[in-house]
Design a protein around this ligand. Structure first.
Ligand SMILES: [Zn+2]
Length: 249
Protein backbone atom coordinates (compact mmCIF):
# COMPACT_ATOMS: atom_id res chain seq x y z
CA UNK A 1 0.00 0.00 0.00
CA UNK A 2 1.41 3.35 -0.96
CA UNK A 3 1.25 6.28 1.39
CA UNK A 4 -1.38 7.89 -0.88
CA UNK A 5 -3.74 4.91 -0.72
CA UNK A 6 -3.27 4.67 3.04
CA UNK A 7 -4.15 8.34 3.45
CA UNK A 8 -7.28 8.05 1.29
CA UNK A 9 -8.39 4.98 3.27
CA UNK A 10 -7.78 6.78 6.55
CA UNK A 11 -9.70 9.88 5.47
CA UNK A 12 -12.56 7.70 4.17
CA UNK A 13 -12.78 5.81 7.45
CA UNK A 14 -12.82 9.10 9.39
CA UNK A 15 -15.67 10.44 7.24
CA UNK A 16 -17.73 7.27 7.80
CA UNK A 17 -17.06 7.37 11.55
CA UNK A 18 -17.94 11.07 11.73
CA UNK A 19 -21.26 10.53 9.97
CA UNK A 20 -22.01 7.43 12.10
CA UNK A 21 -21.31 9.44 15.24
CA UNK A 22 -23.18 12.53 14.00
CA UNK A 23 -26.34 10.49 13.54
CA UNK A 24 -25.64 7.95 16.26
CA UNK A 25 -25.95 5.12 13.75
CA UNK A 26 -24.21 2.86 16.26
CA UNK A 27 -27.55 2.48 18.04
CA UNK A 28 -29.16 -0.73 16.79
CA UNK A 29 -32.55 -0.48 15.05
CA UNK A 30 -35.47 -1.76 17.14
CA UNK A 31 -37.33 -4.78 15.69
CA UNK A 32 -40.26 -3.99 13.38
CA UNK A 33 -42.53 -5.94 15.72
CA UNK A 34 -42.01 -3.25 18.40
CA UNK A 35 -44.78 -0.60 18.19
CA UNK A 36 -43.69 3.03 18.03
CA UNK A 37 -45.22 6.45 18.65
CA UNK A 38 -44.17 9.77 17.15
CA UNK A 39 -44.82 13.06 18.95
CA UNK A 40 -45.67 16.29 17.14
CA UNK A 41 -47.31 19.54 18.26
CA UNK A 42 -47.89 22.26 15.64
CA UNK A 43 -47.83 21.75 11.84
CA UNK A 44 -47.55 25.20 10.22
CA UNK A 45 -45.69 27.29 7.66
CA UNK A 46 -43.66 28.88 10.39
CA UNK A 47 -40.13 28.47 11.71
CA UNK A 48 -39.10 24.85 12.16
CA UNK A 49 -38.70 24.28 15.91
CA UNK A 50 -39.12 21.57 18.51
CA UNK A 51 -42.79 22.57 18.65
CA UNK A 52 -43.48 23.18 14.94
CA UNK A 53 -42.96 21.06 11.83
CA UNK A 54 -43.51 22.75 8.43
CA UNK A 55 -46.27 20.95 6.41
CA UNK A 56 -43.93 19.95 3.56
CA UNK A 57 -41.65 18.21 6.07
CA UNK A 58 -44.60 16.42 7.65
CA UNK A 59 -45.80 15.42 4.16
CA UNK A 60 -42.38 13.96 3.31
CA UNK A 61 -42.24 12.08 6.62
CA UNK A 62 -45.70 10.53 6.08
CA UNK A 63 -44.75 9.60 2.50
CA UNK A 64 -41.58 7.90 3.72
CA UNK A 65 -43.37 6.00 6.51
CA UNK A 66 -46.01 4.80 4.03
CA UNK A 67 -43.36 3.74 1.49
CA UNK A 68 -41.51 1.80 4.18
CA UNK A 69 -44.70 -0.12 4.99
CA UNK A 70 -45.47 1.38 8.39
CA UNK A 71 -49.06 0.79 9.50
CA UNK A 72 -50.67 3.92 10.94
CA UNK A 73 -52.71 3.26 14.12
CA UNK A 74 -54.31 5.40 16.79
CA UNK A 75 -52.70 5.08 20.22
CA UNK A 76 -55.59 2.93 21.46
CA UNK A 77 -55.27 0.64 18.42
CA UNK A 78 -51.52 0.40 18.94
CA UNK A 79 -52.13 -1.21 22.35
CA UNK A 80 -53.90 -4.21 20.84
CA UNK A 81 -52.39 -4.62 17.38
CA UNK A 82 -49.97 -7.40 16.59
CA UNK A 83 -49.10 -6.01 13.15
CA UNK A 84 -45.42 -5.37 12.46
CA UNK A 85 -44.32 -1.80 11.70
CA UNK A 86 -47.27 -0.36 13.65
CA UNK A 87 -46.85 3.36 14.34
CA UNK A 88 -49.00 5.99 16.06
CA UNK A 89 -48.66 9.64 15.05
CA UNK A 90 -49.54 11.88 18.01
CA UNK A 91 -50.12 15.62 18.34
CA UNK A 92 -50.18 17.35 21.72
CA UNK A 93 -52.11 20.46 22.83
CA UNK A 94 -54.80 20.70 20.09
CA UNK A 95 -53.45 23.34 17.70
CA UNK A 96 -55.97 24.56 15.07
CA UNK A 97 -53.30 23.88 12.44
CA UNK A 98 -53.72 20.16 13.18
CA UNK A 99 -56.98 20.61 11.26
CA UNK A 100 -55.81 23.08 8.62
CA UNK A 101 -52.41 21.59 7.83
CA UNK A 102 -52.03 18.10 9.30
CA UNK A 103 -55.51 16.67 8.65
CA UNK A 104 -55.41 17.10 4.82
CA UNK A 105 -52.04 15.28 4.78
CA UNK A 106 -53.30 12.53 7.08
CA UNK A 107 -56.23 12.05 4.68
CA UNK A 108 -53.86 12.06 1.68
CA UNK A 109 -51.97 9.08 3.15
CA UNK A 110 -54.98 7.60 4.97
CA UNK A 111 -52.85 7.86 8.09
CA UNK A 112 -54.51 7.55 11.48
CA UNK A 113 -53.40 9.79 14.34
CA UNK A 114 -54.18 10.70 17.93
CA UNK A 115 -54.60 14.32 19.06
CA UNK A 116 -54.29 15.13 22.77
CA UNK A 117 -56.54 18.09 23.61
CA UNK A 118 -56.09 20.50 26.51
CA UNK A 119 -59.50 22.22 26.15
CA UNK A 120 -58.55 25.31 28.20
CA UNK A 121 -54.91 25.70 27.17
CA UNK A 122 -53.95 29.38 26.89
CA UNK A 123 -51.98 31.23 24.24
CA UNK A 124 -52.48 28.91 21.28
CA UNK A 125 -54.94 28.96 18.39
CA UNK A 126 -57.07 25.98 19.44
CA UNK A 127 -59.11 23.48 17.41
CA UNK A 128 -62.78 24.43 17.26
CA UNK A 129 -65.69 22.10 18.04
CA UNK A 130 -66.77 21.74 14.38
CA UNK A 131 -63.21 20.87 13.36
CA UNK A 132 -62.96 18.25 16.11
CA UNK A 133 -66.32 16.77 15.05
CA UNK A 134 -65.24 16.53 11.40
CA UNK A 135 -61.94 14.89 12.30
CA UNK A 136 -63.68 12.47 14.66
CA UNK A 137 -66.21 11.54 11.93
CA UNK A 138 -63.41 10.82 9.44
CA UNK A 139 -62.46 7.69 11.35
CA UNK A 140 -58.80 8.69 11.10
CA UNK A 141 -58.45 10.64 14.31
CA UNK A 142 -58.63 9.58 17.93
CA UNK A 143 -58.86 12.36 20.53
CA UNK A 144 -57.12 11.93 23.86
CA UNK A 145 -56.94 14.25 26.87
CA UNK A 146 -54.01 16.40 27.98
CA UNK A 147 -55.49 18.05 31.13
CA UNK A 148 -57.74 21.12 30.98
CA UNK A 149 -55.25 23.99 31.27
CA UNK A 150 -51.96 22.23 30.49
CA UNK A 151 -50.53 22.47 33.99
CA UNK A 152 -47.63 20.58 35.52
CA UNK A 153 -49.54 17.76 37.27
CA UNK A 154 -46.50 16.83 39.33
CA UNK A 155 -46.53 20.24 41.03
CA UNK A 156 -50.30 20.64 41.37
CA UNK A 157 -52.15 19.79 44.63
CA UNK A 158 -53.87 16.38 44.38
CA UNK A 159 -57.41 17.78 44.18
CA UNK A 160 -56.45 20.19 41.38
CA UNK A 161 -54.58 17.48 39.45
CA UNK A 162 -57.54 15.11 39.81
CA UNK A 163 -60.04 17.75 38.66
CA UNK A 164 -57.86 18.61 35.62
CA UNK A 165 -57.54 14.94 34.62
CA UNK A 166 -61.20 14.01 35.16
CA UNK A 167 -62.59 17.21 33.58
CA UNK A 168 -60.42 16.91 30.48
CA UNK A 169 -61.70 13.36 29.90
CA UNK A 170 -65.31 14.55 30.27
CA UNK A 171 -64.72 17.59 28.08
CA UNK A 172 -63.07 15.60 25.27
CA UNK A 173 -65.93 13.09 25.40
CA UNK A 174 -68.45 15.94 25.17
CA UNK A 175 -66.58 17.29 22.11
CA UNK A 176 -66.27 13.95 20.29
CA UNK A 177 -69.29 11.99 21.49
CA UNK A 178 -67.14 8.93 22.10
CA UNK A 179 -65.13 7.57 25.02
CA UNK A 180 -61.78 9.29 25.63
CA UNK A 181 -59.37 6.47 26.42
CA UNK A 182 -55.89 7.90 26.34
CA UNK A 183 -54.07 10.66 28.24
CA UNK A 184 -50.85 12.63 27.65
CA UNK A 185 -49.03 14.13 30.66
CA UNK A 186 -48.54 17.90 30.12
CA UNK A 187 -44.80 18.71 29.83
CA UNK A 188 -44.27 14.96 30.18
CA UNK A 189 -44.35 15.47 33.97
CA UNK A 190 -45.92 12.81 36.17
CA UNK A 191 -45.36 10.85 39.36
CA UNK A 192 -46.75 7.68 40.95
CA UNK A 193 -49.76 9.62 42.22
CA UNK A 194 -50.43 11.17 38.79
CA UNK A 195 -50.50 7.69 37.25
CA UNK A 196 -53.02 6.53 39.87
CA UNK A 197 -55.25 9.55 39.20
CA UNK A 198 -55.19 8.88 35.44
CA UNK A 199 -56.03 5.20 36.00
CA UNK A 200 -58.83 6.07 38.44
CA UNK A 201 -60.32 8.53 35.93
CA UNK A 202 -60.95 5.61 33.60
CA UNK A 203 -58.27 6.05 30.96
CA UNK A 204 -56.82 2.91 29.33
CA UNK A 205 -53.41 4.37 28.54
CA UNK A 206 -51.13 7.38 29.01
CA UNK A 207 -48.20 8.64 26.96
CA UNK A 208 -45.05 10.41 28.14
CA UNK A 209 -42.20 12.33 26.48
CA UNK A 210 -39.62 9.66 27.33
CA UNK A 211 -37.72 9.01 24.09
CA UNK A 212 -37.74 5.28 23.52
CA UNK A 213 -39.21 2.34 21.57
CA UNK A 214 -40.26 -0.62 23.74
CA UNK A 215 -41.24 -4.19 22.90
CA UNK A 216 -44.62 -4.33 24.64
CA UNK A 217 -46.76 -1.28 25.43
CA UNK A 218 -48.82 -3.42 27.82
CA UNK A 219 -45.74 -3.63 30.06
CA UNK A 220 -46.12 0.10 30.80
CA UNK A 221 -49.56 1.15 29.58
CA UNK A 222 -49.56 4.36 31.69
CA UNK A 223 -45.98 5.43 30.94
CA UNK A 224 -45.75 4.85 27.18
CA UNK A 225 -42.63 6.42 25.66
CA UNK A 226 -42.72 8.37 22.39
CA UNK A 227 -40.22 9.37 19.73
CA UNK A 228 -39.86 13.15 19.74
CA UNK A 229 -39.57 15.07 16.48
CA UNK A 230 -38.08 18.46 15.60
CA UNK A 231 -39.33 20.57 12.71
CA UNK A 232 -35.80 20.97 11.37
CA UNK A 233 -34.74 17.32 11.57
CA UNK A 234 -33.31 16.02 8.29
CA UNK A 235 -34.21 12.75 6.55
CA UNK A 236 -31.44 10.78 8.20
CA UNK A 237 -32.36 12.08 11.66
CA UNK A 238 -35.99 11.12 11.01
CA UNK A 239 -34.91 7.65 9.86
CA UNK A 240 -32.71 7.21 12.94
CA UNK A 241 -35.54 8.43 15.21
CA UNK A 242 -38.13 6.03 13.75
CA UNK A 243 -35.81 3.01 13.71
CA UNK A 244 -33.88 3.65 16.95
CA UNK A 245 -36.30 5.67 19.08
CA UNK A 246 -34.10 8.73 19.47
CA UNK A 247 -31.72 10.77 17.39
CA UNK A 248 -29.05 13.38 17.90
CA UNK A 249 -30.10 16.87 16.86
ZN1 LIG B 1 -48.57 19.69 25.74
Amino acid sequence: MTLGVALVTLVGALVVLTIANRYQLWRLPKPNSWPRLLMYHSIANEAATGMNTPPERFDAQLAWLKKQGYVFCTVSELLTTSKPKAIAITFDDGFANNYHQAFPLLKKYQAKATIYLAPEIAAIDKLMTAQISEMQASGLIEFGAHSMTHLNLLQAPTDIAQAEIVSSKQQVEALTGVACLTFAYPFGRFGAETIELVKAAGFSSAVTTKKKIIAHLTAQTFTIPRISTHGAMDNIQFYVAVTRGRYKF
